[in-house]
Structure formats: C-alpha cells, structure tokens
Write a protein that binds this ligand. Sequence first.
Ligand code: F6R
Length: 239
Amino acid sequence: MHVERHADYAALSHRAAEIVAELVRQKPDAILGLPTGSTPEGFYAALVAMQISLASVRTFNLDEYVGLPPEHPQSYHAYMQKHLYQHVDVRPKNRHILNGTAPDVEAECLRYEEAIAAAGGLDLVILGVGHNGHIGFNEPGTPWSARTRKVALAERTLQANARFFGGTGPMPTHALTMGIGTILGAKQILLLASGEGKAEIVREMVEGKPRVEVPATALQAHPRVTVLLDKSAATLLSR
Ligand code: F6R
C-alpha cells in the first residue's frame, strides 16, 4: 500500500483527480470504478474543473441502494448525475450503475459482472471507506472472494447514511454492490479518506492485521493500492 498524506481535503481531492486525469491521458478508454458518498465530492469537482475529455471512458459505479429508482434524489444514479455526468462528456451508453429496482436482482448482478469483464476489467477503482471498514457496501464479515450481489447494510452504515435521507423518506436497508473480489480484480485502486472520523479505520486498514471483520484490510493484498489521506485522517498512523 502506498500511503500519501495531504495537507487538507482540497489537496487530496485534487491529487485524486490528477491520478485519474493521468490515467485517461495514457488510456483514453480507461475503465473506471466510481464511488459515491461525501468523500469523493471534492474529487469529482476537481476532475470536472480540469475540463479533460472523458468521451471514451467507461464507468462502473460501486453500488446502488435497493428499491431506489434512478430519479430518487438519494439514489447513486442521481448522485452521479449531479457530481459528474451533467458536467462531463462520458457517453450515456458508457455509464454503468447497478439498477436497484431490477425485478431479478441476481440477473442484474450477473449482468454487471459480465459487463465489467466484457469491457476488459477495471483499470482503476476509486473507493471511500466506511467507519466500519466497508468498501463498496461490503460490510464486515464479507468473504474476499465475493462478487457483485445484494447485501444488507450494517447498523453502523444505516446510522452514518441516515443523514442523507433527512427529508426524502426512509433509508433503504439493502444495496447492490460490487464484491471485494470484483474490487480486488482492478489493476489499480485508489482509496480516499478525509477527516478525523476516519482516522481509526484508516489505521486499521493500513496497519492492522488483514481480517474479514475489517473489509478494507483486504486491500493490503493488492499490488497497486494508493491511499490518499488528509492530515486528520492520517493522525493515528504510526509511520
Ligand atoms: C459509496 C461507497 C461507500 C462509501 C463509504 C464512505 O459508493 O461505496 O463505501 O465510500 O460509505 O462514505 P463517505 O464518503 O460518505 O464517508
């Protein structure tokens, strides 16, 4: 794991955008795995500000809530529209997000895995990390071989994400997510963490013993992982 400590959230967001821009310069048809949540908002803003063409890029989001239609304001479809797609030239046919309202969930997850494989596999996956160590919505206890599937959200995740659902109805209890195995299949992984609330899980992820109870520790086994932190998220690291 290569760990970078940046001065603040703006600096880590800019650095993440630079890494993606560099990949796209080298490989204009790169296959990207993309996160949602509060952490990557600055990264998307920085990427948009760079005004690079993403016209040949293909994107696969990590996850989507079960039961939320794309037009729901808290769906990850809506998030991606707001933070990235309305500002850049990624072609609609190249934007992939799991369908949380698919009538046949298993078929939807299989279709997604097949689409990633048919595209040639993920070149770069960008991740945030949950307070409990989840990556995507792979909650503690997930086997590292897991593929895209339906999962129940952990209590801690429901509490953390309830803030987004204040005025927009009850929060979904399940999600569709790429598996840890799907994520580890990417050629390169970039994980972003910001703020002191993430310091403890960052320490576990980087310096803790790899174990299924802390899904993010699975990343220690991947040959090409870069962890971008701001100062507060890095406070508990011993080196
Ligand atoms: C979102 C995702 C989650 C988040 C994590 C951290 O697509 O897969 O793993 O990255 O819950 O969320 P924030 O950034 O809101 O703290």
